[in-house]
Structures are given as C-alpha cells and as structure tokens.
Design a protein around this ligand. Structure first.
Ligand SMILES: NC(=O)c1ccc[n+]([C@@H]2O[C@H](COP(=O)([O-])OP(=O)(O)OC[C@H]3O[C@@H](n4cnc5c(N)ncnc54)[C@H](O)[C@@H]3O)[C@@H](O)[C@H]2O)c1
Length: 446
C-alpha cells in the first residue's frame, strides 16, 4: 500500500505535547492538501489526535488553527490554486479560512485511544518512558494489527520497543526536532529488523514534509543525543573543576558563556540544557546508561537540581521555565545558586563582570553566531578563528579549545561505534538540529 493510501488514516499518540502537536500539524496539513487534490475527491482522511489531557487537546486545536492560518498566509498562491474551482471563494481571507477548516476537519481529538482503531500510520510522541510507550504501542497494535509505527523517542532503542511489543520490524525511529513544524531535521533510526517497506515509507514521507533525513543506527541516544548528552556532561565536569575557584553558580555562568561566545553556538550549553529540560536530560542519560555497556554517564549537579525541583523545560505557551538559568522574556537573567536556593541576577554587574574578568580575553577575530549563520564564507573564517583561539592565552580560550576537542572526540566516537555512518552525518545533525555553524568533526581542532 502506498504512502498516499496510508496517509488517509493516521494516529498521533501524545498529540497535545510539544512534539506531538507539531507532528499533528505537519501531518494534518499534508492530509488536507492530499484531500484537496482532484484525484482524491470523496476520499476519507482522518487523523486521530490522542492525548490523556482533554484540556491540552483543546489547546492543540487552537494551535492547529493558528499555525495553519499562518502557513496559509505564507502560501496564498498555492492555497488559491487548491480552490481554483470554487467560485464562491473570492477574497484571500475566505480561501485561507476554508483551508484552515479543511486542516482542522481532518483531526479527531480524543482521550480514548480506542478511537484510533484502524489507523495505518501511528506516530508516537508520548513522554520518554519506555513502559508508557510500550503499553500504548501494544494497545494500538491490537487495534490496528497492520499499522506501521513511527516513534519520536529521543533515546530509547527502537529494537527494545519492537521486542517488547512484538512488532516484527514494523516500527522505525522518526526523531523530529523541536519544534517539528520548523526544524528541518529528522533522524531516522532503523536496525536489522526494520521492515523494508516501512523504510521506504519513512523516506517518502520525509520528502513530502520537506525534511532533511539523516540515518542513525539504533543505539541509545542516536546521533543527536549521543552527542548532546556527552557534550553537556563535559560542561558539567568543567563546572566541577572551576567551582572551587568560581563558586558553582559562577562556574555555570562561565561555562555557559564560553560555550556560547567562543564555541560560537546559538546558545550556551546550560541554556540549551534548560531548553531541553534538566529532568529530560537525566531521563536520556538513564536510558543511555541502561543500553550502552562500558560507559557510565552521571553528574551529581543534575541530581541536586532535580531534587530541588529546578527542572527547566517550557510552559505550554512556549516560554522558558527557570533552570540552571533564570529567564526574563526568554533571555538569561540569573544563575541558580543551590546554596541559597535563589538566582544570582546577571544585573549584578560586579558579580558577572568579575567572572568575565577571570575568564580573560577572547580572540580578536571572534564573530557572533548571528553574523556567521548565513555567511557563505564562514569556512575561511573558522580556520583563522581557531588558529587565533589556540594562540590566545586566557582561561576562556583554554576552556573553549578543550570543549571543541571534546565535542570532536564525541563525534568521532559516534562514527567509530557505528551510531553514525559518517562524520558528515554527525555534522549534519549538529548543523541542522542544533544550528551549529560548524560541525564538531572538523580540521580546525585536533
Ligand atoms: N521536547 C523536545 O525537544 C523533544 C525533541 C525530540 C524528541 N522528543 C521526544 O518526543 C517525545 C515527547 O516529548 P515532548 O517533549 O513532546 O513531551 P510532552 O510532555 O510535551 O508531551 C507528551 C504528551 O504525551 C501525553 N501523554 C502522556 N501519557 C499519555 C497517554 N497515556 N496517552 C496519550 N498521551 C499521553 C501528555 O499529555 C503530553 O501531551 C519524547 O519521547 C521525547 O523524548 C522531544
């Protein structure tokens, strides 16, 4: 059965969550577009959006309406063409409204999973808990014995879910990045057992959704979190080393700053950790520790933050919750001090400037991430910049160089361990999923 046929009956589990809502939006829009094609006239399209929270499902439908409206406004020519035979629709606003209603009408929100009986493609985006995922997939397999499953897991081996449910390869990892409607990257995780037709469907769907697909082997954490988790642990270890001199919050501030400024990343590592969520970061570590023999990943600072209930992550409206850093209008405004249980404000210039002074000078050729992200000649810049970084005698430069070397070593190990097929795949994930401006496996650092 072709992808076109299968895309008539879809279910998303965890549809009202951060990832589920974006995946629902992408698929519902695609289904609405298909429904509007003349050859599909009269065909029934349905996406069952399943979530435990009815209130969150209401929010999902609002989100779908708003986002479909925005995307229709950006592609009025295409949308007008879809309705070219409808003489009753004249104004752009009428046509856009009709399209939004079409997208919304495809979706059936429900808290009862039984409603999704008969789905042909099932996208799973519930919490990163193996038992929960397995129990829902098992229920869905009973309801839809012929369905194919796409899991959005960030770290859990696909083979483990397959084994526990008995899916015979009818599950693939389809790891969208946050937010799915915006981020171009999808890591596609398969293993020896993965059904060949499912692999074809996954590739075809990627094209349809205009995503950049990068394959990853089915090893816990895959490429994205395989790099991010170890990169974050490197930062935590650097904090431990600096803390006696800098105090713990001072060290968090210093490492966050160096990882953003001197590694030229879109945000510092502790801001990224907060964005992902400190508890989510720990869950992924737990999964990786369970399935990757010979490596124990751990840092006590994570546990101490979680024990205090300082978790980061985002509110339903997308705003950033406080974590290692405090946020005002989504920008870092303070650093958490576990000793006092409060945030040291960055507006306390004496404190922040004191740390910056101890970090010392930056290479004079340094440019900010924003200036480089769209620069076609950035390769030449990096060669000069890293050369200067190596010659800069300051703590900041020393920390940055060690960090870049570690990031490269992590990337190389992902290739050596067979998680990634090539250095290009590692770099592709970091460039596209994390918006780095250079890949970790490069010739700039040894
Ligand atoms: N947030 C990210 O940046 C990100 C990125 C890539 C992948 N992921 C992965 O995507 C998945 C979802 O993560 P998220 O961040 O969207 O989580 P989330 O907490 O925002 O959403 C999870 C959703 O699952 C729902 N849910 C919980 N129990 C359920 C049940 N029994 N039946 C139906 N729905 C249920 C919740 O109500 C919630 O809406 C996880 O596997 C995560 O690892 C997350």
């Amino acid at each position: 059965m072709s992808l076109d046929d299968k895309l008539t009956r879809v279910a998303v589990l965890g549809a009202a969550g951060k990832m589920g809502s974006g995946i629902t939006l992408l698929l519902a829009q695609q289904m609405a577009l298909a429904k509007l094609q003349p050859q599909n006239k009269g065909r029934y399209y349905r996406l069952d959006a399943i979530d435990v929270s009815d209130q969150a499902l209401d929010g999902l439908m609002r989100y779908i309406r708003e986002q479909s409206q925005k995307s229709a406004e950006k592609m009025t020519v295409i949308v007008r063409d879809l309705y070219k035979d409808r003489s009753d629709l004249v104004e752009n606003s009428e046509i856009i409204n009709e399209y939004v209603n079409e997208v919304v009408s495809v979706i059936r929100p429900a808290s009862d999973i039984g409603q999704a009986k008969g789905a042909k493609l099932i996208f799973e985006a519930v919490l990163e808990k193996l038992d929960l995922k397995v129990s829902l997939i098992r229920k869905m397999k009973e309801l839809c014995p012929d369905a194919y499953f796409f899991s959005n897991t960030s770290s859990i081996p696909i083979a483990e879910m397959d084994r526990q449910v008995g899916l015979n390869g009818k599950i693939i990892g389809y790891h969208f990045y946050n937010p799915p409607a915006v981020q171009k990257l999808v890591e596609v995780i398969s293993n020896d057992k993965t059904d060949a037709h499912l692999k074809e469907l996954a590739a075809e769907l990627g094209k349809l959704l205009r995503k950049k697909l990068i394959p990853s082997n089915d090893i816990a954490g895959f490429i994205g979190n395989g790099h991010f988790i170890r990169d974050g642990l490197h930062a935590l270890e650097a904090v431990s080393r600096l803390a006696p001199d800098f105090t713990e919050p001072g060290a968090v501030y210093a490492v966050n700053k160096v990882s953003q400024d001197l590694l030229i990343r879109p945000m510092g590592i502790f801001q990224l950790l907060d964005y992902v969520g400190i508890e989510v970061f720990q869950w992924i570590i737990d999964v990786m520790n369970k399935y990757i023999p010979g490596e124990t990943m751990h840092h006590d600072l994570l546990e101490r933050m979680i024990a205090k209930g300082i978790l980061g992550g985002q509110r339903p409206d997308g705003s950033q919750k406080d974590g290692f850093l405090k946020y005002e209008k989504n920008r870092p405004a303070g650093v958490y001090d576990l000793g006092t249980g409060s945030y040291l404000p960055l507006s306390d210039e004496a404190w922040a400037k004191g740390i910056e002074a101890r970090l010392g000078s930056y290479p004079s050729s340094l440019k900010p991430w924003k200036a480089l992200v769209a620069d076609p000649n950035k390769e030449a810049f990096f060669a000069t910049y890293f050369q200067e970084l190596k010659q800069t005698r300051s703590l900041a430069a020393e920390l940055a160089l060690a960090y870049a070397q570690k990031s490269k070593a992590i990337g190389q190990k992902l290739v050596a361990d067979g998680v990634a097929a090539s250095a290009d795949d590692v770099n592709g994930v970091l460039l596209n999923g994390f918006f780095h401006v250079y890949g970790p496996i490069n010739d700039y650092v040894s």
